[in-house]
Design a protein around this ligand. Structure first.
Ligand code: RAT
Ligand code: ZN
Length: 443
């Protein structure tokens, strides 16, 4: 039976479930708990089946993931403009040939494809994709999603939903039933980072806004957000910000952040996710693969956390150099929740460094990872990799703790993993019940 967490007086030992684990048992227990605890994937680009073609899955989409496209241009003579003129199927064939036949797939993204093929018992060393294509063609989407989530140990994924994307907005405006496995997120990039190109979409929907975001614009954007909140029931709002982001500074984005987004998030009791550090389109010819990163000045984050104590911020930073200060700020501001090892950070060596640093500085009060999956089956390899890296880190942590005098039980490990994989996300996102619906354990 689980007992309440008591503060140790030095006299009364804390009562916990299970026997203390020996050093030899720690690793296998950690591995097992990680394998059997389902995760809430706090940030993805996946879509529920109701969104139709917006949801990507299958071998051709997996191979044309922009992480792989970036690697393809390094080892092929194909020029970007030639590549973009090919059909998706021909693009996938070209990538398969260049990265998997002519080269060994040793990078993180290529190894991910191998892991997915293996998970479905498909060959990993053929000169062509015939078997993989016929396997995916035979799947029906709903059953396939169910199977993939089960294989990945994922109960719920959080989507990225842009109300200013015409294709996506049409789905929402037609009415879409809520899906327990796919939570919505209201993404604000076009509003906060590109207002002058997009303000007319709001104006066209009857909101009294103008190009300079002056006058009533702030109030009207707030009204727009509340309307879309009601439509989407998002678990948080989100924006990806450049490395040059500053706050406060007199920009349209900051004005809208202050007058519309932060008050709306506060009133609706949803956090704002800030993903900081992207340098968009340093090489536009690579399209989605053409973004890079830069070190940001996190004083902007410090200012936001201090100036808006009634708001909660979910934060991921893209530069390795910003990771340590993010932990320091999380120690200063309890309205800040670090999450994930984002994009260029999602490589085992860097994940390991960041996660160890976070445990050492924050205990279990952070969300260690999100998949950022754009293609359904990616959750299989991305979460497998996360569990593999976490197994090493957590067992080292518990070994040190045991050595220093506090033995650990399976129950202790389960509680920590549940926090890292689920409860921190549940406690920090919007309508908690929505995220908590699915069960905690994979078996
Ligand atoms: O990791 C990615 O796929 C990036 O292209 C971005 O989508 C990033 O994760 C974002 O959400 O902006
Ligand atoms: Zn993303």
């Amino acid at each position: 039976m689980r007992t309440a967490f008591l503060k140790s007086t030095g006299q009364i030992p804390i009562s916990r479930d299970g026997d203390l684990l020996t050093e030899a048992q720690i690793f296998s227990t950690v591995k097992d708990v990680l394998a059997t605890t389902q995760v809430i994937d706090i940030h993805t680009h996946l879509f529920a089946p109701a969104f139709g073609k917006l949801g990507l899955w299958g071998i051709d989409e997996l191979l044309t993931y922009h992480y792989l496209e970036a690697e393809f241009f390094r080892c092929s003579d194909t020029r970007p403009e030639q590549y973009w003129s090919l059909s998706k199927r021909d693009q996938a064939d070209a990538i398969w040939r260049a990265l998997f036949v002519d080269n060994m797939p040793v990078s993180e993204a290529t190894r991910g494809i191998i892991a997915v093929l293996k998970a479905f018992h498909l060959p990993t060393d053929r000169p062509d994709l015939a078997e993989a294509r016929s396997f995916f063609k035979a799947q029906t989407l709903e059953a396939h999603i169910h199977k993939v989530f089960q294989m990945a140990g994922v109960s719920t994924v959080v989507m990225t939903n842009d109300p200013l994307d015409p294709e996506e907005a049409a789905v929402w405006l037609n009415g879409v039933a809520s899906d327990k496995q796919f939570c919505a997120v209201l993404r604000l990039d076009r509003i906060l980072c590109n207002w002058t190109t997009h303000w007319q979409v709001l104006a066209g929907q009857g909101y009294r806004v103008d190009e300079q975001a002056s006058g009533k614009s702030g109030t009207e954007v707030r009204r727009f957000l509340v309307d879309w909140y009601e439509r989407m029931q998002p678990v948080y709002m989100a924006v990806s910000l450049p490395d040059t982001f500053e706050y406060p500074s007199d920009t349209i984005g900051n004005r809208l952040l202050k007058e519309a987004v932060l008050p709306a998030c506060r009133d609706l009791e949803v956090p704002l996710s800030l993903m900081i550090g992207v340098r968009k389109q340093v090489n536009p010819s690579l399209r989605l693969a053409g973004d890079a990163l830069g070190r940001a000045d996190l004083r902007a984050l410090e200012n936001l956390c201090r100036e808006f104590p009634a708001n909660r911020f979910l934060v991921s930073v893209l530069s390795r150099e910003n990771q340590h200060e993010l932990c320091v700020y999380a120690r200063k501001f309890s309205n800040l929740m670090p999450f994930g090892c984002w994009w260029f950070m999602n490589n085992p060596s860097i994940v390991e460094e960041i996660t160890r640093e976070r445990i050492e500085m924050l205990g279990t009060s952070f969300i260690p990872q999100h998949s950022d999956a754009r293609v359904l089956e990616q959750v299989i390899y991305k979460w497998n990799n996360t569990r593999r890296t976490l197994a090493r880190i957590l067992s080292d942590t518990y070994r040190l703790l045991s050595e220093d005098g506090r033995g650990v039980t399976r129950g202790d490990i389960q509680r920590d993993v549940t926090r890292l994989f689920r409860s921190n996300a549940e406690a920090w996102t919007g309508p908690r019940a929505h995220l908590s619906d699915a069960s905690t354990q994979t078996s």
